[in-house]
Design a protein around this ligand. Structure first.
Ligand SMILES: *Cc1c(COP(=O)(O)O)cnc(C)c1O
Length: 448
C-alpha cells in the first residue's frame, strides 16, 4: 500500500511513471523523413512560394484561420512579428502596447524598428491583456496593440478591438500559444488586422524554426511580403504597383523559411487535430479534477473562449498555497515525482531591452540599462506580478488515454500536498534527499 506521508519527509513518491512526462517532439510521421530526403535532392532553397512553402501557407491558412485571404511563411515567429509590425506601419517614434506577461518576442521586434513599448497588465483569469489597461496605456504615439493569446487562452478580443477601433490602432494577434484556439467560436488569428503564429520547435504546430503571418488586408500582405521576401516572391505577389517597385530589395531584410522547415511544419499540421484533441482530454481531466485542490486554482476556461492546443499548463497557487510559498509547494510536488517549476521568464517590464526609448545598440559599452524599478512594476502590474510569483508550470500532456496513469498520479501528488499543506511550512527547506525529477520541458524552454 502506498504511504500517504509526503515524499518530502520520507514517504513514497506518488508519481512512479518514468521521466520525462512530456517527451517532445513527437516521432516523425510515416513518409516525413523520405520527403525531407527528396527535398535535399530536388531543391535546397526555394525563391518563391513553390513546393512545401506554398503548400504550408495554404494548408495552415485554410485549416487554422479559415476565411483569411493571405498567409506568408517566415523563418521564425519573431520574424513574422517583425513583418506584421512593419506591415501596419510601426516605425521610429511610435509606441506599441503589449501585455506585461508573455514571451518577449511578441513585442521585442518593435524595439528593432525604433518604436517604444508600453506594457499593460493582464487579467488573472485569462492571463491575457486587460482591455481597461490597454485603454489606460494609449498615448498620442500609440500605433498598434499586440494581443497575445497566452498559454492557449484567447484574450478578450471584442473589448480590445473596440478600444483599438475607437483610437484608430492596428491590432496584431500573436497566436504562438494558441494554434486552434477560438474566441466566441471563431478561430484566433481571424480577429485582428493581422496575426502571427510561431512554428518554433515547442509550439503545437512546429517547423523546428518558423513562423507564419495571416491577414485579409491586401496592403498589409503586400508590405509583409516586402518585409521578408525580395525578388521572385515580391515581384509575383505584391499587388500594389507602388509597393511592387521595391521588389528587388524588399525593405532590406530576408526572413524566408527554408523548405525543410516547411516540410516538418506540414507534417505537424497534419497531426495537429489529433494532438489538440488529446491535449484537451488530458489537460481537461487534470484541470477539472484540480478544482478540488486546496493548493492551486485551476485554469479558468470560459465557454466562449475555447482552448485549442493548450500551450503549457499553468495553474496558480490558492491563498493557502501562497501562504506556504511557491518554493515549498514546488519542492513538495517535485519530491512526489511531479515535473513542476515556476514558469520561465520575468515580466517584460523588467527587461533591459525595454528600459529606454533609444535604440539599445547605440548605448555605450559599460552603460548599465535601468529597467523599470521593482516598486513601479508592482504598482502598475499587480496581476502580472501575482502570476509571476505564484503560477506553476506543469507538463502539457498530449497522449490520451496513454497519459491517464501519470495524470492520476499527479492528482494523487496534489492530494497529498493538499492534505499536508499546513505542515509544509514547518518542514525545513531542502529536506528532500535524493534524485529530483527533471523540470518540465517548458520551464527551461521557449516562450512559456
Ligand atoms: C515562441 C513565441 C514567439 C516567437 O517565436 P519564435 O518562432 O521563437 O521566433 C513570439 N511570441 C510568443 C508569445 C511566443 O511564445
Amino acid at each position: 500500500m502506498r504511504s500517504n506521508e509526503l515524499a518530502l519527509v520520507g514517504g513514497e513518491p506518488a508519481v512512479t511513471t518514468p521521466h520525462p512526462h512530456e517527451p517532445w517532439p513527437p516521432a516523425p510521421l510515416p513518409g516525413e523523413l523520405e520527403r525531407l530526403a527528396r527535398q535535399r535532392t530536388d531543391d535546397i532553397g526555394i525563391r518563391g512560394n513553390a513546393g512545401p512553402i506554398g503548400e504550408l501557407e495554404r494548408e495552415f491558412r485554410d485549416h487554422l484561420t479559415p476565411g483569411r485571404t493571405h498567409s506568408i511563411a517566415y523563418n521564425s515567429g519573431t520574424s513574422a512579428m517583425l513583418a506584421a509590425m512593419m506591415a501596419v506601419g510601426v516605425g521610429p517614434g511610435d509606441e506599441v502596447i503589449a501585455p506585461v506577461l508573455t514571451y518577449h518576442a511578441a513585442v521585442s521586434p518593435a524595439r528593432a524598428l525604433g518604436a517604444g513599448v508600453r506594457f499593460a497588465d493582464v487579467e488573472l483569469g485569462s492571463r491575457c491583456l486587460d482591455p481597461a489597461a490597454v485603454r489606460a496605456a494609449i498615448t498620442p504615439r500609440t500605433r498598434a496593440v499586440v494581443v497575445v493569446h497566452q498559454w492557449g487562452r484567447a484574450a478578450a478580443l471584442r473589448e480590445i478591438l473596440a478600444v483599438a477601433a475607437e483610437h484608430g490602432l492596428a491590432v496584431i494577434e500573436d497566436c504562438s500559444h494558441a494554434h486552434g484556439s477560438r474566441y466566441d467560436g471563431r478561430p484566433v488569428g481571424t480577429w485582428g488586422d493581422v496575426a502571427i503564429f510561431s512554428l518554433q520547435a515547442n509550439k503545437a504546430v512546429y517547423a523546428g524554426e518558423g513562423g507564419i503571418l495571416v491577414t485579409d488586408d491586401d496592403g498589409i500582405a503586400d508590405r509583409a511580403i516586402l518585409a521578408g521576401h525580395y525578388r521572385d516572391r515580391a515581384r509575383a505577389d505584391v499587388r500594389d504597383a507602388g509597393l511592387r517597385a521595391f521588389w528587388e530589395s524588399g525593405y532590406g531584410l530576408k526572413l524566408r523559411m527554408s523548405p525543410f522547415n516547411a516540410i516538418v511544419a506540414l507534417e505537424s499540421l497534419r497531426r495537429f487535430d489529433d494532438l489538440a484533441r488529446q491535449r484537451q482530454d488530458a489537460l481537461g481531466h487534470l484541470n477539472d479534477a484540480l478544482v478540488a485542490s486546496s493548493t492551486v486554482v485551476p485554469v479558468e476556461v470560459p465557454d466562449r473562449r475555447d482552448m485549442g492546443a493548450w500551450y503549457g499548463y499553468k495553474p496558480y497557487l490558492s491563498d493557502a498555497g501562497v501562504a506556504v510559498g511557491r518554493d515549498r509547494v514546488v519542492e513538495a510536488l517535485r519530491a512526489e515525482g511531479v515535473e513542476v517549476d515556476a514558469p520561465s521568464g520575468r515580466l517584460l517590464a523588467r527587461l533591459p531591452l525595454f528600459a529606454a526609448d533609444d535604440a539599445p545598440w547605440r548605448a555605450a559599452a559599460g552603460d548599465e540599462p535601468s529597467p523599470m524599478p521593482d516598486e513601479e512594476v508592482a504598482e502598475r502590474f499587480p496581476r502580472g506580478c501575482f502570476l509571476e510569483a505564484n503560477a506553476l508550470s506543469l507538463p502539457t500532456f498530449y497522449r490520451w488515454p496513454d497519459d491517464r496513469g501519470v495524470v492520476e498520479q499527479y492528482l494523487d501528488a496534489f492530494a497529498k500536498v493538499d492534505a499536508h499543506l499546513d505542515r509544509l511550512a514547518a518542514v525545513p527547506a531542502g529536506a528532500a534527499a535524493g534524485a529530483r525529477p527533471p523540470a518540465p520541458r517548458d520551464a527551461a524552454s521557449h516562450g512559456r
